[in-house]
Design a protein around this ligand. Sequence first.
Ligand code: COA
Length: 159
Amino acid sequence: MKIAIYPGSFDPVTKGHIDILQTAAGIFDKVIIAVAKNSEKQGFLPVEKRVELIKKSVKDLKNVEVDAFDGLTIYYAREKGAAVLIRGLRAVSDFEYEMQLSQANSALAPEIKTVFLTTKPKYNFISSSTIKEIFLNKGDISKFVPDAVNEYLQKSFEC
Ligand code: COA
């Protein structure tokens, strides 16, 4: 059984992330989308809420599990018996950092391979930061995030 881990901060999860996940779910037997608890970034939503929103957004993908983890992604992947780490590539600017990360991960756990997937062009410019900025300035994010995320944000931050 080929297990793949799709790690990230997912703060919040976007349609771009879901697009990558759908592709991965069609290739691998099981995909675990895993929220990093110790991301260097300042959190917008609590990790538990991010996990809950991802669960709601992927409920139709039967071979996808949602989890959160501490520590190094590659050791978490090994603990889960994963053969593959999934990373999304949106633009050439992502490449250098991703290359370094995959080489560092490969030095730590050579048996786990990084696979890069791309999103549909219409999601290429999206990042979680862009979503937060649009939302916090009262812009419409409904095209860019799953319904569960849009509904939660509208409800929680309405004044
Ligand atoms: N669609 C939309 N947005 C996407 C995307 C896609 N397909 N793919 C990436 N993004 C966005 C993310 O939302 C994120 O946006 P933000 O910067 O506004 O938050 C940005 O692109 C960067 O994404 P990513 O590179 O996946 O970073 P991340 O913060 O989501 O996740 C970790 C990075 C958590 C996976 C990484 O830091 C990690 O593995 N940390 C654990 C410690 C570790 O193992 N470090 C490595 C040591 S070798």
